[in-house]
Design a binder for this molecule. Structure first.
Ligand code: MIG
Length: 649
């Protein structure tokens, strides 16, 4: 059951898509409400042993108890398990204990969750100005999560190729760089489906332009790559370069579509293109206008995009610059690059939106910006005859209806792999199913071992992308030694792809998270509910990723009798294992996973890209009798249960 309570003036985020009955604030269960200065504080009592799951992208443990989270979207370039804020805010959690409930704090401003960090017996949530609170109750936490997924609407489904392996790097400059990557993978015999184009493809970092020297005929290049089974995925940034004569900026100014500063002039903040204007994505007409700009790219045959810097990230403002120049007596370069060290500021109180007709300071609606940008792109891309791929850096609850996300600028270290292991199910239960992390790590130099272990988790991640910063050592898989290990791990992704795709779509159709903590399925199992480093993928599989340096053996806990699959170099071996603790061993080219008793999953054969997937070669593994396979042409918008076929042993 869901009930809704309003505190302060309601702000419409469209996060929830169904009508929920409103109850009077005095009836709010579980939490006490206090008004403290400009904040509304909610205090809920905890009992011994209570666990909390959710909060989406936030970094930390699966069980959220014991930490403070500050949900205020941030271009966080240093992730640790202690990070308090990430790029997106997903203010939904479930409490599992004797009492069970789910709370969604629908509030687009800053929300702070003190999850029994300050006081061990109290959850303390503070919001600014206003919140619409959705309270969900039910017999099981999993039931509550499923109900939440019902009220926020179905996730988008990208085309099949978006489930293939994707290579990316900030620094691919021209056609030649991209061709070299594709060649590298092909020669190495490592499967690949797509390559991202980062900001260097644009003319001076201006959205919806192409640098003609680097890409003289982008449409032709897109076509050529497609013929080789490769899709290109260009980036679009939130900030529109402030420049007379640049049509996107000229139009935005003329139409009054940019956010305004305190004097009512278009607000300017410096990002990659230099000073930029920020579309007021909260307004439907602005979303429509900006979204339709993607036509420039879709007309070239592109149907996959990533959108960046949409927290929005702002290096500095004109005011900051004045202070900065004064301090260092330095003037920014003409090439659009600025020395930003020490002056990066958010300045989110310095500009305004026209939100539902009301002049609203950005700070109050900050967490919606990336979501509304994704919505802008998604609403346009939805008008195309076929499915599209979209993933955003910043997000809010509701973003999943338009696209997925990646988890931003992580680093090449083991802690960051562990962070993602926990973000994945936490995001899935907040609706975001199509998610991924920069495999291998974005900043710093990766190692062969770290990359391979990260890829092995990537096998079970909808967005499987290797991405790195321009300052990091190259980490394209074909550059490493003993390529058979890379062929092996990425090859497994393709062998499992029919299953992964099927589970993804079925999760979307039935409103379930694709990846979940064991606690959701084995809620009566005292060991399973505490398990922090194993996950359920779909309805049949448990994974136990290796995420520690040098580790070749690890402990797993199996909540029931299962079939262990030891995979290496295209071959699978099956062993029956009983409920309880076990040790598993896997070297870097190997992957171990488990199939639940009386279930089975389809596994295919090695292939080089999704176009080569051969559904006729699927075989069922496991000791169940049948599997319900979702299968379509990979592009149709008609996603329906009718596309499910029953495979029998
Ligand atoms: O300030 O476009 O998170 O994936 O490579 C950096 C360049 C801007 C941040 C993204 C990253 C991307 C990079 N961008």
């Amino acid at each position: 059951m869901v009930k809704k309570y309003k505190f302060g003036k309601h702000f419409n985020t469209d996060a929830v898509v169904v009508d929920i009955k409103e109850d009077v604030a005095e009836n709010l269960p579980y939490f006490r409400v206090l008004n403290v200065e400009n904040e509304i504080v909610f205090k809920g009592l905890l009992s011994e042993g209570d666990r909390v799951y959710g909060l989406g992208e936030n970094s930390g443990r699966l069980n959220r108890i014991g930490k403070i989270y500050i949900n205020y979207n941030t271009d966080n370039s240093f992730h640790s398990l202690n990070s308090k804020s990430m790029y997106g805010s997903h203010n939904f959690f479930v409490l599992d204990g004797k009492t069970k409930y789910g709370f969604f704090f629908d509030s687009p401003g800053r929300v702070v969750f003190d999850m029994a960090r300050t006081n061990r017996a109290v959850i303390d949530v503070s919001v600014q100005n206003a919140v619409t609170l959705y309270v969900l109750t039910g017999d099981t936490v999993y039931g509550i999560v499923k109900e939440f997924l019902q009220i926020i609407g179905k996730s988008f489904v990208p085309p099949l190729w978006a489930f293939g392996f994707m290579q990316s790097r900030w620094g691919y400059k021209n056609e030649r760089d991209i061709r070299e990557v594709v060649e590298g993978y092909k020669k190495a015999g490592i499967p690949i489906d797509s390559v991202c184009m980062d900001i260097d493809y644009m003319d001076r970092y201006m959205d919806f332009t192409v640098n003609k020297k680097r890409f003289p005929d982008l449409a032709g290049f897109v076509h050529d790559m497609k013929a080789q089974g490769i899709k290109l995925v260009p980036i679009i940034d939130a900030g529109v370069k402030a420049k007379k004569g640049y049509s996107v900026d000229d139009e935005g100014i003329k139409l009054g579509y940019f956010c305004l500063d305190k004097n009512g002039k278009p607000f300017e903040g410096a990002v990659w293109p230099g000073f930029a204007h920020f579309p007021d994505f909260l307004r439907p007409e602005v979303r429509k206008w900006f979204g339709e700009k993607f036509k420039f790219l879709t007309d070239m045959g592109l149907d996959g995009f990533w959108i960046d810097m949409n927290e929005p990230s702002i290096f500095f403002t004109r005011d900051d610059l004045k202070k900065f120049m004064y301090k260092f007596n330095k003037i920014p370069g003409e090439d659009g690059r600025y020395e930003t060290k020490g002056v990066r500021t958010s300045n989110y109180k310095g500009f305004y939106h026209n939100a539902d007709g009301i002049n609203t300071v950005h700070h109050d609606v900050h967490n919606m910006y990336g979501y509304e940008m994704a919505r802008s792109a998604g609403e346009y891309l939805n008008t195309l005859p076929q499915r599209y791929l979209l993933f955003s850096r910043s997000s809010y609850i509701g973003s999943h209806r338009y696209g997925g996300i990646w988890t931003g600028d992580n680093a090449s270290n083991w802690e960051n792999l562990e962070i993602f292991l926990k973000q994945l199910p936490s995001l899935n239960m907040c609706g975001l199913q199509y998610v991924g992390s920069d495999i291998g790590g974005f900043s710093l130099n990766t190692t062969r071992e770290l990359l391979l272990r990260w890829l092995a988790l990537g096998v079970f991640t909808p967005l499987m992308r290797n991405h790195a910063a321009n300052t990091a050592k190259h980490q394209e898989c074909y550059l490493f030694e003993n390529l058979e290990d890379f062929r092996s791990v990425i090859g497994l992704r393709y062998m499992l792809l029919p299953y992964i795709y099927s589970e993804y779509v079925k999760a979307v159709l039935s409103g379930e998270p694709l990846v979940k903590p064991l606690a959701f399925m084995y809620s009566d199992d005292k060991i399973a509910v505490k398990c922090e480093d194993e996950l359920m993928f779909g309805n049949e599989v448990i994974i136990a990723p290796f995420y520690k340096k040098g580790e070749k053996t690890r402990k797993v806990y199996l909540p029931e009798d299962m079939l262990q699959i030891d995979y290496a170099y295209g071959k699978l071996s099956e062993t029956k294992v009983s409920k309880g603790e076990h040790l598993i061993t896997a070297d870097v080219g190997e992957v171990v996973f488990f199939i639940r008793d009386k279930k089975c999953i389809p596994i295919g054969v090695f292939c080089r890209n999704t176009e080569e997937l051969d559904y006729d070669k699927l075989k069922l593994f496991g000791n169940g009798k049948e599997y319900k396979l979702y299968k379509d042409d990979g592009y149709t918008k008609n996603i329906s249960k009718k596309n499910i076929v029953i495979m029998k042993k």
